[in-house]
Design a protein around this ligand. Sequence first.
Ligand code: CTP
Length: 417
Amino acid sequence: QMAHQAERQGWHLYLVGGAVRDVLLADSSAELALTDIDLVVDGFYQAAQVGAGVSLAQGIKHSHPEVDLQVYGRFQTAALVWHRDGDSSLASLMIDIATARTEFYPYPAANPEVEASSIRQDLYRRDFTINAMAIRLTQPGAGLLLDFFGGWVDLHHRCVRVLHANSFIEDPTRIYRAVRFAVRLAFQIDPQTEGFIHHALDSGIYTQMQQQVAKVPALQTRLKNELKYILEAAYWQPALGLLDKLGALKCLHSQLAMSERLWHQLRRVSRWIQRFDFEHHLVPWQMRLEVLLAELPKSERSRVAKNLQLPQPTIDRLAHLDHLESDWRQTLPACQTPSQIVQQLRRHDLATLLLVSARHPRPLGQIIWRYLTHWAEVRPPLNGHDLKQLGYRPGPRYRQILAALLAATLDGHIQSR
Ligand code: CTP
């Protein structure tokens, strides 16, 4: 429908970006489920192009009122979202429709300014050759592959290559994307492209990323999204390893680098999440990121977490981590009874317990393990209901009695329920 509408206007409509890459990579015998589709409209008259994508999206909304339509005015982009079974939290198909444009960057790492231009320029502003191809969806020439920069050859050589030397200076988050595609698709980063990565990192682009948070907040959002993609993927370990090898963890903090100890901490926290987070309250990629950020000097941790716009509980945990760890290092091993340990630990959430355990397997991790596997489950033989049955009047004393019963049970003086 959109293609026909575009044809009637004399515009061309293209499938672009990752969807083209995935279509060309797909095994012809396997089914390909595209859930995130990028389209670009390109016309013959520049004036007519501005807003063309939005007008096509409005056409779809008109005939499919159930679809969500969002318009991002400044970038001349519209998004159409089809929800699965009417549940608005589950997007099952998302189509982004942009108007062909070129971008110029007013200063490095800024958000691009937009002006109308042609499909070639739209593709030229993209990250890698494999993501910079387009398939025409409109007549004449529907099905035509537009490949100006050698994306097809790079797909076959399994190569991640940028289109120009400044790509990583313009958008440093592309360093993370290069790693993500290389690891996910089992591609190699082209040696010259790797050279551009080193050049961007050596030029101090990461310092800019950290210092210009107020000026370019969108950059931190994009960095967070890339970290999320990488740290939640099944391939998070090789991806993190490659980021470290390239020196790209500097984008988070100049002192962040992987070590054997840090790898152990990350693997431990991942195992413990699987073991203890029965209700899936924790977000594994965020926990891995917390472990990484906890490695920073204590005064820097929460600042970096804040820059990345991580959730407030994460920022707070990192802010108080040092104090908590020194406190627990002194008090927990000195506890004489299980009830004393439980009294200290029960006030803290699972994320805090796992973070500290990952960082201090001995002795704190051992104590917390015992707490999570055993003591946290212990219940006293009587509950509030029983006290009522025994004739106690409900009131503040209940809490004291129940606490005393729990302590006696934990310490083995009475049998548990
Ligand atoms: N893009 C870019 N630079 C970025 C982010 C995105 O050039 N920093 C371009 C790429 O052409 C990319 C397209 O925008 O293909 C869409 O971005 P995104 O949806 O993030 O990537 P996909 O390639 O679709 O990757 P995925 O399959 O992981 O969604």
